[in-house]
Design a protein around this ligand. Sequence first.
Ligand SMILES: *[C@@H]1O[C@H](CO)[C@@H](O)[C@H](O)[C@H]1NC(C)=O
Ligand SMILES: *[C@@H]1O[C@H](CO)[C@@H](O)[C@H](O)[C@H]1NC(C)=O
Ligand SMILES: *[C@@H]1O[C@H](CO)[C@@H](O)[C@H](O)[C@H]1NC(C)=O
Ligand SMILES: *[C@@H]1O[C@H](CO)[C@@H](O)[C@H](O)[C@H]1NC(C)=O
Ligand SMILES: *[C@@H]1O[C@H](CO)[C@@H](O)[C@H](O)[C@H]1NC(C)=O
Length: 408
Amino acid sequence: MHAKLSILSSIAVLASSAAAWGIEGHSAVGHIADNLISPETKAVVDYLLPAGWNFNRSSTWADEIKGGATREKYAWASVLHYIDAEDVTPLDANATHPVECEIVFPRDSHGGMNIVDGIGNYTVRLVDPKQDWEQKSEALKFLSHFVGDVTQPLHTCAKLIGGNKFFATWENATQYIYNGRVSYFQLHVIWDVYIPQKDMNENFGGSLDAYKKWILDAVQPGGVWATEASSWIATDKPGFEWAKDTNDLNCGIVWDKDLLAGNGTATENDLAGEYYQKTYMEVRKQIAKGGYRFAKFLDDVLKGQPAGPVSSTAAATSTVAGGETTIPGSETTAAPGYPTGGPAPTDGPITSTIEVIVTPTNVPSTSQTKVVKPTGSPDTDTPVSAAVGLKSGVAAMFALAIGAVAFL
Ligand SMILES: *[C@@H]1O[C@H](CO)[C@@H](O)[C@H](O)[C@H]1NC(C)=O
Ligand SMILES: *[C@@H]1O[C@H](CO)[C@@H](O)[C@H](O)[C@H]1NC(C)=O
Ligand SMILES: *[C@@H]1O[C@H](CO)[C@@H](O)[C@H](O)[C@H]1NC(C)=O
Ligand SMILES: *[C@@H]1O[C@H](CO)[C@@H](O)[C@H](O)[C@H]1NC(C)=O
Ligand SMILES: *[C@@H]1O[C@H](CO)[C@@H](O)[C@H](O)[C@H]1NC(C)=O
């Protein structure tokens, strides 16, 4: 087994599920898509999703299955939530080439186990008449999550494991407690949860519904992004184009030079200050892009798809282009080949090596702990009992290692 997979899976035993973009961000993406799909698309979607579900609901399913009884069954799918673009950001102090954010295949492909191919493969499965309802339903549930993840810049970035190894302070605190567990403020979780949550608290009276409504209004006729939104749609390899568009943010606003100069740890560049001020609107826009794109994408790919059971005769006689299928979202040309609920291929050409997570160079030296309960925060980071004894050395490394992959 390759290094990365084995490291991740051994840590995964200790760190269970976490919600990228948080439950709030994902459900906002879903809510926007729910409101923008055409009536014809909605009929197909209503048939394919479980009874009573919409995208507001299904958008978080792919994170939910990372825990509980489904954890092992779906463990193989966790790498489909992101793409490790091995590019050069301002973080690379010794970079030999100019700072450049880009996603390059096959460099970043990891044997097709990435979010771009994930979107491509599940799209193929969604519209393949040979697939049964369960397969198509599962494909749609995965897609409704991946279209959100693919707008989170740190899901398109290999740097410090998507920012999970970059530790910062947030409102002067270095750690937070959620469900009795302590975690450090990783850059990744700040993007996933803390930026949108602060925005919601400061500008929407803490209301997720009001936050969602603002974003939805922004992309509708007369809204602030109504005109711009049409440029968010990609017709050629949409998954790849979406990921590229998101990845660009890593070279500017995410791995901001000021932030890096202070390693995010100094009070004067606490990420809840200036960094928050210049990123919260970007987060709203990324969420808007996810919802808007998903709706337009589905209006396109679900055109003519059945909105109810198809007779077995019809299903048997319909054919998909045999052999190789061009996967709409991806860089890959291959036949649709996801396992349902795993196991996934574990011996693909995974070439990138991620070192075992040890002493981060930028762990804040102060250790104020803030007690906060973000919706959508992980509930499985460092147990308090371990954190209480956190000083340095092995225990700290162990705790940090758990935290570091919590938001992958
Ligand atoms: C969206 O989901 C949240 C819970 O995740 C729920 O509280 C809310 O009512 C849902 N909204 C819609 C419009 O379905
Ligand atoms: C930069 O290069 C020096 C000397 O080769 C090395 O010790 C250091 O670890 C490098 N730093 C980074 C961030 O790669
Ligand atoms: C953070 O610390 C600074 C300096 O001590 C203080 O002025 C500021 O109010 C603090 N911010 C928060 C959110 O506690
Ligand atoms: C940031 O981290 C680098 C590398 O670990 C270190 O050399 C530098 O002193 C740190 N800067 C601050 C302000 O802590
Ligand atoms: C997509 O399907 C192809 C063909 O079976 C496979 O090689 C590739 O690994 C799949 N991608 C993922 C992410 O499973």
